[in-house]
Each structure stands twice: as structure tokens, then as C-alpha cells.
Design a protein around this ligand. Sequence first.
Ligand SMILES: C[S@@+](CC[C@H](N)C(=O)[O-])C[C@H]1O[C@@H](n2cnc3c(N)ncnc32)[C@H](O)[C@@H]1O
Length: 332
Amino acid sequence: MPPALHVCQQGFEAFLAKEAGACREKGPGWVMSASAATDLCFAHFSLPQPLELEGESVNILAGRIADYFLETSRGELYEAVWPLCFEAAGVESLNQRCRGVLKAFQEKTSRMARVMRLAEEGRPALGSWRGLFVYLTDFKRAFAARQAWGGGQRRMSDDPRAPSRSYLKVEEAYLVLREAPRPGDSVADLGAAPGGWSFSAAQRGARVLAVDNGPLKGGALDNPLIEHCPQDAYKFAPERTMDWLFCDMIDDPRKVLELLRRWVRRGWCRKFIVNLKFGRHDPFLLLREAASSQGGISSRCSVLRPRHLFHDREEITLVGMLKEGQGRGHGR
Ligand SMILES: C[S@@+](CC[C@H](N)C(=O)[O-])C[C@H]1O[C@@H](n2cnc3c(N)ncnc32)[C@H](O)[C@@H]1O
């Protein structure tokens, strides 16, 4: 059994291979590593010790997966909802094959109707899960595991009133943090225009200061919960501690990290979602800097999670929550 199969966004396998370490094999959107590390920035989910299964046809492959599921289900009590995830690498034809294998698997397990009714299809949410996780690396080869670790990334659905596709990133980031703005929360959105992130927070009833010299558009324009502050985000200082710092600026990621450090050190926010556009920079240097106890970010946070989101391109998103009592001078 290989130690772990990690799944990432297609095109970012080299980053994931470097992060997971000891890469044995990789393909479009996946990396097999000899290390069973979890909580990786570039992994959307990881399957520890998956079983490799082969089958010439959809039916044979589904049968092998069903046998594995039945065998490993012996003595198991299914009383709550459990995750059922079938995914495939790369091309659409393989995704189609994957859907066919899932359908055949469901037919073969129909005599476990009560158990199967509790199955919830889709990627594992953030954390460690027991369920059934299947990943097709090609037409005749799949890896199956009963345990998975989920990073929280997933495809989000768009809102036609959102002024930009960036909206999808912040919506996804809430899942990684397991927190979202609530009615009455205060948000400083640095680099806000055209307003996707601000719109997302306002939709949840939060009041937003949208800091950007550029114009707001769509559902963020003339929104009663969004105040546009046309100014330089590096010069912006909140009058009181904000519940949220959002930051999605196109700028040198080290400068953005320094900005985050200032906000955290001064206790200007309680939670943050900050996007670092790494481009040609080494993302691992940025991650190391963010996690370093010297920098003053990680030591002041009770949660600090860097993720390459499903909707991220050459960027990573840092979500975090400050420890109680880290607010300085701005208390609430
Ligand atoms: C990727 S866009 C932000 C998209 C936004 N999050 C959304 O959801 O629509 C980056 C924004 O950063 C802004 N920006 C870059 N440097 C800035 C600075 N120093 N101060 C304020 N805004 C800045 C740009 O004007 C641009 O509107």
C-alpha cells in the first residue's frame, strides 16, 4: 500500500510533491508520496494508505470497490451521515468514467440501503473523516481508502450579483476557517474593488469598509452595508478593532504579509482572510515566514491555515483567528 495519495488543483502537482515530500508518482491533480503528512497547503484532500484497485471495465472496478467497502464495513455501525467521495484525475472523459463507476458501485451496494442512505456525496470537509474515498488515476486504476483528511477546499457556486469571481475565493475560505462573517460584524476589506469579497460579507449582514482607489461594481455598488474608502490600504488604520480583515491586493506577497503582521501585532482584527499572490515567488518561503514564531503572526493566532484554494490560481490564502486578548488599544 502506498503511504498516501494527495489530491490538488491540476497544474500545481510540483508544489504539492515538494510539500508532501518523497514523491513516488504523480499525475494530473494527484501526488503519491511516501510521507503520510496531512494539513498540507496544496492538498485538497489526502488518503492515507489507499488500496490500489484495477478493473478492465466500469463494472469490474465498481465490483472491487464494493467488495472492499463491504469487507471493511463488517462490524461497523453506521448511525450518522458519512462522506462518499468519488473523484478522478484530469480529463472530462475520466470524470465521466468515475460517475459511471459510482453509479455501478451504488447498484452493487443497494442491499445496504440503510447505510447508503446515510452517505453524503462530495469532498471531505475540513478535518479527518471516515467514509469511502475513491480516486481514479486512469480508466482502469483507482485508489480507495476508508479514511481521509480534508483541507476544506471545494468548488463554490457563483452569485450573479457578485461583482467579481474573487467572490468564490472568500466564500471557500470561510469553509477553511469554519467561520463566516455574521450580522453586525465589522470588516475591513483591503484591495476591495470591484467588491466581490465586500459583497460576500454584506450578504451575511456585516458592515464593510471597502478600501481601494478603484471603483466598486455590481452588488457592492451603493450597498447600504458597504462604505467605499478610496485610499491606499497600506496607510489605512481602523478606528477600532475590526472583526475581520480581508485582503486581496495584487502586490508583492511579502509586502502583504508585512501588512498582515502589522494588523496582527496591533490587534486590529480578530479574524483574517488574506490572499498572497505568489506568482514567481517561492510559496514555501512565504509559508515559512507566516508560520515562523519570529514574525509575530503564528504566535498570536489560535488558528492559522494556509491553503491553495480550489478557486486560487498562483496564490495562496491564509485564514486565521487571533487568540483571545490579542487586541491592543482597540478593545471591544
Ligand atoms: C484582485 S483585485 C481585488 C478583488 C476583490 N477582492 C473582489 O472580490 O472583487 C485587487 C485590488 O487590489 C487593489 N490594490 C492594489 N494595491 C492597493 C493598495 N495599495 N491599496 C488599496 N488597494 C490596492 C487594486 O486596486 C485592485 O482593485
